[in-house]
Design a protein around this ligand. Structure first.
Ligand code: SAH
Length: 242
């Protein structure tokens, strides 16, 4: 006799580690890896995957694929999504997108491996990750440029990296930045993150509004300013310790 209930095809996965990054929450995180080189992250392997044997030979690779869970996205999905890249109004299929709202919530990012530490646990120091602090990582694989690099590939609605907006700092923000020991790297990170224009597409015309992006231990308050020539810039109004 056949069962009246659909079969349970679910699969259980266990994270191998988690990410520590400059991004305490989703807003402002670059929309793909490699867009903010100043973003540093550490992948800390969790027991029992933190045996140094699991990463033997990995230091010989400059780049890695990470498979991870979009743990901050709700486990709901719809067949159509609205990518920010298309202005937030046009719908395309979820499988034609890199949306975080997808079945199984799996993410995949190519990141640069700067350094591997295997004493007292395993820590991978990474550059360019587009991952929120605390992201559970499910797998690591070395990147093979001869097999996986396809510069001539067609890339649909996202044919090239998005244009960057100019970013400037108010005197108040500049002073707050200068007082920090990580002034140089935080300044670069702010430039790169805001340059991507993290404002939601539907807010882009709204100049009166101030936004906040959390980076490391600060809230970066910014607003859009349009010059007489019609060019939009983002101005960092203040940098506040959280
Ligand atoms: N390169 C990945 C991610 C693309 S979407 C992929 O293609 O699968 C990138 C966005 O994911 C970021 O802008 C950030 O807002 C979001 N994000 C990063 N880590 C997340 C997490 N743990 N949970 C939910 N969303 C996350």
């Amino acid at each position: 006799m056949t069962s009246p209930c659909p079969p349970d095809n679910s699969i259980e996965l266990t994270p191998i580690g988690h990410i520590q990054s400059d991004f305490p929450d989703k807003f402002g995180v670059p929309r793909q890896p490699g867009l903010a080189d100043a973003a540093r992250a550490t992948l800390v392997l969790d027991p029992p995957h933190d045996d140094p044997l699991t990463v033997r030979g990995l230091e010989a690779f400059s780049h890695l694929w990470l498979t991870f869970l979009f743990h901050l996205s709700p486990p709901r999905w719809t067949p159509l999504v609205r990518p920010p890249r298309l202005g937030g109004n046009t719908r395309i299929g979820v499988f034609a997108s890199r949306s975080t709202h997808r079945p199984n919530r799996l993410g995949q990012s190519l990141v640069e491996l700067l350094h591997l530490e295997t004493t007292g646990g395993v820590r991978l120091y990474l550059r360019g990750a587009d991952l929120v602090d605390g992201t559970p990582v499910l797998d690591i694989k070395p990147y093979l440029p001869w097999a996986e690099s396809r510069p001539q590939a067609r890339a649909g609605f996202a044919p090239a990296a998005p244009d960057l907006l100019p970013v400037r700092f108010s005197p108040t923000a500049q002073a707050a930045l200068a007082a920090r020991c990580d002034a140089t790297s935080l300044g670069e990170l702010i430039q790169q993150v805001l340059g991507q224009d993290p404002r939601p597409a539907y807010r882009r015309g709204d100049e009166a509004r101030t936004y906040g992006v959390r980076l490391r231990d600060v809230d970066v308050r910014f607003r859009a300013v349009t010059s007489e020539t019609g060019q939009t810039q983002l101005e960092v109004v203040e940098i506040v310790r959280m």
